[in-house]
Ligand binder design. Structure first.
Ligand code: NAD
Ligand code: DAU
Length: 353
């Protein structure tokens, strides 16, 4: 772990990426971290203000779908490793506009694989292409069972199908060209810096300003929630100790029905905002369901815990309180992302629902 490396992290200005960049920049000063991000609506350099001047960090604005740009980038930089998080990440947006997902998540990933292969051919030693993926590639569970690394792929939304496509490409470059790769598939993350299109930050923002909390269907869908900093430590563990060619599922052993999660969140918000208990819950509005809404995700994380010794460290209530406090204390960040574009997205998604 002591030797120098130059690591390309893609999507480092996004939610999870910014936590991963911070962890690597701060904990591994011997590594040079290059953060490549297109700065879409989801990318925000405010997420990295505290580390932007550190000597082992550099930001590059660029698009992974731009093949000549990516080729040139690899020709100019001797990257030892890639940690690939850049993606279009929101299921509802993928339902309304799948092409951006196919372009970034599949074509963009293939551009990176090709450039890496070209740059590393003849010297694959100590190199690693680490692809960050999602549990959604496995499809939807019924009431029982957990996703293991052997669960057959069964993606059911344009987002999850595009992520599954990218996972297949990464494995194909490993088997066909010998590219050293590792993949992890993680469950739902929450925490600071998450764009308020996703359930938890959206609900926090709405509750704060006394707006309805839109709960899809009957709120019975189940997700397995992991605090984002725990995902970042899992990524660091897999990066340093994962076995090449292997897949690791990452999850928090923390399944909740959406409506139960929202009730816990409302209780915390009542407490923080000095409201009477039960007040925020009155904002819940059951709305038309997401088309093709996956019922349940749940992760069997025995491989990463057993083989690599990683464990989630933040309990759900504590993590949710930390998240609420961050959003309440960072009004400037929140108002800077609740732009006209966000408002028009919100209207198109939720009006008449
Ligand atoms: P995010 O939407 O918050 O951030 C994505 C980042 O990628 C943004 O900074 C964006 O600007 C950048 N980006 C998008 N298109 C790009 C392009 N063409 N070129 C360069 N940069 C581009 O996403 P997130 O929630 O932080 O997710 C990060 C990764 O983790 C994704 O690959 C996602 O599939 C995966 N993942 C997310 C979760 C979750 O719960 N959020 C769970 C498991 C896996
Ligand atoms: O499982 C990992 C995945 O988790 C990641 O790969 C995705 O990038 C990430 O967006 C997330 O996907 P989900 O669709 O599960 O997350 P989202 O926050 O959009 O929704 C969580 C649950 O809440 C889901 O069952 C849908 C529901 N929901 C969501 C929104 C935005 C609502 O009921 N109302 C809402 O307004």
């Amino acid at each position: 772990m002591d030797h120098k490396k130059t690591i390309l992290i893609t999507g480092g200005a996004g939610f999870i990426g910014s936590h991963v960049v911070r962890l690597f920049v701060k904990n591994f000063p011997q590594y040079q971290i290059v953060n490549l991000d297109k700065l879409t609506y989801a990318g925000n350099l405010e997420n990295l203000r505290d580390i932007e001047n550190l000597p082992n960090y550099r930001f590059l604005k660029g698009d992974i779908t731009d093949e000549p740009f990516i080729e040139n980038l690899f020709a100019q930089h001797p990257f030892d490793s890639v940690i690939h998080l850049a993606a279009e990440s929101h299921v509802d947006r993928s339902i309304n506009g799948p092409m951006a997902f196919i372009n970034t998540n599949i074509i963009g990933t293939v551009n990176l694989l090709n450039a890496t292969k070209k740059s590393w051919t003849g010297n694959m030693e100590n190199k690693l292409f680490y692809h960050i993926s999602t549990d959604e590639v496995y499809g939807s569970l019924g009431e029982e069972g957990l996703f293991t690394e052997e669960t057959p792929y069964d993606p059911r939304s344009p987002y999850s199908a595009s992520k599954a496509g990218s996972d297949h490409m990464v494995r194909a470059w490993h088997h066909t060209y010998g590219l050293p790769v590792v993949i992890s598939n993680c469950s739902n993350n929450y925490g600071p810096h998450q764009f308020p299109e996703k359930l938890i930050p959206l609900a926090i923002c709405n509750i704060k300003s006394n707006r309805e909390i839109p709960v899809y269907g009957k709120g019975e869908n189940v997700r397995d929630w992991l605090y984002v900093e725990d995902h970042a430590t899992a990524i660091e563990t897999i990066f340093h100790s994962g076995k090449t060619g292997r897949t690791y599922n990452v999850g928090g052993n923390n399944e909740l029905r959406n409506i139960d999660l929202i009730r816990i969140l409302c209780g915390i918000m009542d407490n923080r905002l000095g409201r009477k208990q039960g007040e925020s819950e009155k904002l819940v509005k059951f709305v038309r369901d997401r088309p093709g809404h996956d019922l349940r995700y749940a992760i069997d994380n025995t491989r990463i815990t057993g083989e690599l010794g990683w464990r989630p460290s933040v309990g759900f209530r504590k993590g949710l309180e930390k998240t609420v406090d961050w959003y309440l204390e960072n009004e400037k960040w929140v108002s800077s992302v609740l732009t006209g574009a966000y408002k028009s997205y919100y209207r198109s998604q939720y009006d008449d629902r």
